[in-house]
Design a protein around this ligand. Structure first.
Ligand SMILES: CC(C)(COP(=O)(O)OP(=O)(O)OC[C@H]1O[C@@H](n2cnc3c(N)ncnc32)[C@H](O)[C@@H]1OP(=O)(O)O)[C@@H](O)C(=O)NCCC(=O)NCCS
Length: 198
């Protein structure tokens, strides 16, 4: 799905430990249904805070989707350390008002490229039966499906890394870094209003 024509293109970039406050705020803004779809069960705010605390492991890669500088989507690749033998898990969330506009598909594609570039041979996504949007996304990857109680596990093999997939990831990182730098320089060069004298 393409980005909604009324929207400017989202900014996608990797997320790091310094982004944990924003990630927590994103998860806390998810409505009850989206939380349940994302985590596979109803979760409260305390669960979310401790979940984000546990996100800093080496085997995890996070991608954020921003509109107007606000984090509206978070995608996670988990288990990258053992991924060559047992595969890695992909999970993501988009805030309710930004759902259905192509943001989830864009974050998903970034994560698949990242997995491809790390030699991951099997990616799996767990979701609840009723989750039509994620079904549409995984269906494009020639996935195999397995029912596990109320959940479905979809698994697929990402393509081999290519110069193009590496360039796509590196290009995305450079673009995101350049934007951050320009914003920081812009903020520094904005003249500060002087306090009234006397
Ligand atoms: C699932 C989720 C990540 C998808 O992201 P999104 O930005 O809403 O989805 P997109 O706009 O990229 O659309 C994905 C597909 O769903 C389709 N879609 C959009 N709205 C739909 C709806 N109401 N019903 C069915 N399909 C719909 C789109 O057309 C698209 O398919 P296409 O590419 O074949 O056209 C997002 O809805 C979400 O965060 N849900 C809650 C958490 C969750 O379910 N996470 C996944 C499990 S880990």
């Amino acid at each position: 799905m393409s980005i909604h024509p009324d929207q400017s293109a989202p900014e996608l970039r990797k997320l790091w430990r310094r982004d944990h406050i924003e990630i927590t705020r994103h998860f806390l803004r998810l409505d009850a249904d989206s939380r349940q779809l994302r985590f596979g069960m109803p979760v409260n705010d305390a669960f979310i805070k401790s979940y984000v605390d546990g996100l800093s492991g080496e085997g995890t890669l996070l991608v954020g989707g921003f509109f107007d500088g606000e984090l509206r989507a978070v995608g996670e690749l988990r288990g990258l350390k053992q991924a060559k033998t047992v595969g890695a898990e992909l999970a993501l969330s988009v805030e309710r008002d930004w759902q259905g506009r192509g943001l989830g598909s864009a974050v998903f594609a970034r994560l698949v490229t990242a997995a491809q570039n790390r030699g991951v041979t099997s990616l799996y996504v767990l979701y609840l039966h009723e989750n039509r949007r994620i079904q549409r996304i995984v269906a494009k990857h020639n996935a195999k499906f397995r029912a596990e109680g109320s959940q479905i596990e979809a698994s697929f093999r990402p393509a081999w890394a290519t110069p193009l997939s590496l360039a796509r990831e590196i290009g995305g990182d450079i673009a995101a870094y350049s934007k951050r730098l320009l914003r920081a320089l812009g903020a520094k060069s904005t003249p500060q209003r002087r306090a009234p004298q006397g």
